[in-house]
Design a protein around this ligand. Sequence first.
Ligand SMILES: Cc1ncc(COP(=O)(O)O)c(C=O)c1O
Length: 377
Amino acid sequence: MDERGLPAEEVRKLLSQAQSKDLSYSGGRILGSMCTAPHELGREVFTQFLETNLGDAGLFPGTKELETESVAMIAGLLGLAGTSGFLTTGGTEANILALWAARNKTRKNKIVAPETVHFSVDKACNLLGLELVKTAVDSGKCADLGELESRIDSDTCAIVGVGGTTEYGTVDDIVGLSEIALEKEVYLHVDAAFGGFVLPFLQELGYPVQFKIPDKGVDSITLDPHKMGLVPIPCGCILFTNPETPGFIETEAPYLTLKRQHTVVGTRSGAAAAAAYAVFKHLGREGYREVVKQCMQNTIKLYRGVVKLGLAVRKPTINVVAVDCGPEVYDALGKMGWRLSQTREGEMRIIVMPHVSEKVVKDFLGDLESVAGELRV
Ligand SMILES: Cc1ncc(COP(=O)(O)O)c(C=O)c1O
C-alpha cells in the first residue's frame, strides 16, 4: 500500500483498466459457466444492504428476517414448506455444512457418492477428514443405485445424490436413494446446487424430468441462488429437513448479539440475502418459469443443431449440453473466442444460461459447423 492515497478518479481508472481484461456475460461468449449476470433488482438491493452482517444478526434483525424468508421461499420451491436452513457463500459451503452435520450426527467417517458428484464434495471430505467412496454411474450418467448401495457399510455416515450434475446436468433417482438411506439408516444429502432452480420449473413446464424430494429419507439439500437463481454472488443455500440437524454444527459465538452460528463463515454478507429476497419476490415462480423455459428452448435448439452437424451429443436433461467433438474442435472454438469448458471425459460442455440467447446459439453453431467442417470431424 502506498503512503498517500490516490484521488477516487484515478483509482476508478485503475479499476477500469483491470475490468477491461474481464469477460462479461453480456458479451455472449461465455458458454461454460454456471453463473450469469444477476438480475438488475438484485444488483441494486445488494448495494443498499452492503454494510449488513448476518454473522452478527442481532444488529440486523430486519436483514435476518429477509434471510429466513428467502430460505422459506427456496424450501417452498421443493415442496418443503417449514424446512429451515441458511444462506451460504455458495454450493461448496452448503455441501460442507451438510457433510459436517452428517459426520457429527453419526460419528462415522465414510461418504458414498456417484462419480459425477461435484468436486466440492471432495473438498468437504478432505476438510472434514472423511473418506469419499465414488461409485459408478449408469449409461445415462446417473448414480447406479445398486452399485451405490453395495458400497454402504457400517462406517458410512452419508450418501449423496445430485439433482443436476455439473458436467452433464443429469439427475439421480432421489426417491430411490431416499429408500436406500432409510433402509440402511444413513444420512442422505442431495446436491441440487444447479438443478434446484431449474428442475421444479421444468416439471411445471411439462418436461419429463424426475426430481422429487420425498417426505422421508432426505436430510439436507443444497441449492444455489447465485447460479440459475439470478442472485448476485455469493449466495448458496443449505436446507435441513430435520430441525435438530443444525444443532450438530452449532458453534457458540460468545461475544456476538446472537450466541450461536451454523455456517462456516463468521462475518457474512446480508446483501446477498436481501438481493435473494428481492429477486424471488419480484420474479415469482412465473418469472423463473419463463427464464427456465427460454434456457431450455435454446438448449434444444443447440442440441438439434449439433445433431444436424453429425456430432455425438448427449440428449440434455436440463440446460447443460455435452458434445463429444474431440480436442481439436474444442481448441479451435476457444481460439475463436468461445469460452467453453470440458467434462472430465473430455466432452465439450455448454451451459445454456440466460445470457446464452438464441442468437448466441446460432452464432456458436455457425462457428462449430465451420470448425468441424475444416477439421472433418
Ligand atoms: C452440483 C454442484 N454442486 C456444488 C457446486 C459448487 O458451488 P459453488 O461454486 O457455488 O461453491 C457446483 C458448482 O458448479 C455444482 O454444480
